[in-house]
Design a protein around this ligand. Structure first.
Ligand SMILES: Cc1cc2nc3c(=O)[nH]c(=O)nc-3n(C[C@H](O)[C@H](O)[C@H](O)COP(=O)(O)O)c2cc1C
Length: 185
């Protein structure tokens, strides 16, 4: 038996990306975005409402994209329920920010994997914006590398479960991509 849910749309897994920007006074800000994805080898796309983050992007078209982890879940959710318009979220969370080597945007020490990005397009739409960014550098904490590769098992990125409004942890390997299907070829 299957059940129909009409137009309800669940895309899974949704990442939990953290967009890092500076405001006009150089104060770092972070916001949580789950409506995000990769559209080619070096570009990311995010669906955004109007936020402090989009104000910052309109002024300075550079940002960072970090990935929330099990270790950072409390701060990462906080970055999605509070606005940088009201409070310095980075100070409140006790996070540490420094300017990226390649962009004028903050890299947070607490997130082990961060993309440094430039805005390709911040396109207004009915509800807000569609942000397309191009990665110019990826910076990774060595603690999550295995044989020089990013190891999601060590990183423990969290996913947004839009069906239940929960965060889940990713990391377990179940098969080799491009190989497992060979068993049926
Ligand atoms: C799990 C989660 C996912 C979210 N995803 C998005 C998103 O994809 N796009 C968006 O515009 N806002 C999203 N938000 C809401 C923003 O993070 C929130 O409005 C935040 O306060 C904006 O911060 P800012 O005003 O400091 O930029 C999400 C919030 C949570 C908790």
């Amino acid at each position: 038996m299957r059940k129909n849910f009409g137009k309800k749309t669940i895309i899974t897994p949704l990442p939990v990306v953290i967009l890092g920007t500076y405001d006009e006074n150089g104060i770092p800000n972070a916001m949580n975005a789950a409506w995000a994805g990769q559209i080619d080898a070096h570009q990311i796309i995010v669906s955004l409402s109007k936020h402090k983050t989009t104000d910052n992007l309109e002024r300075c078209p550079e940002f960072t994209v970090s990935f929330a982890t099990r270790a950072t879940v409390t701060a990462s959710d906080y970055f999605g329920i509070e606005s940088g318009r009201k409070v310095n979220k980075i100070e409140k969370a006790g996070f540490h920010a420094h300017k990226g080597d390649y962009v004028n945007a903050p890299v947070f020490d607490e997130y082990p994997l961060t993309l440094e990005c430039k805005v390709v397009e911040l396109k207004p739409d009915t509800d807000g914006y569609l942000l397309i960014g191009e990665t110019v550098n990826m910076t990774v904490d060595e603690s999550i590398l295995t044989d020089g590769k990013v190891d999601l098992g060590k990183m423990e990125p969290i996913l947004f479960d839009s069906a239940m409004n929960k965060y889940r942890v990713a990391g377990e390997i179940v098969a080799d991509a491009f190989k497992e299907g060979m068993k049926l070829r």
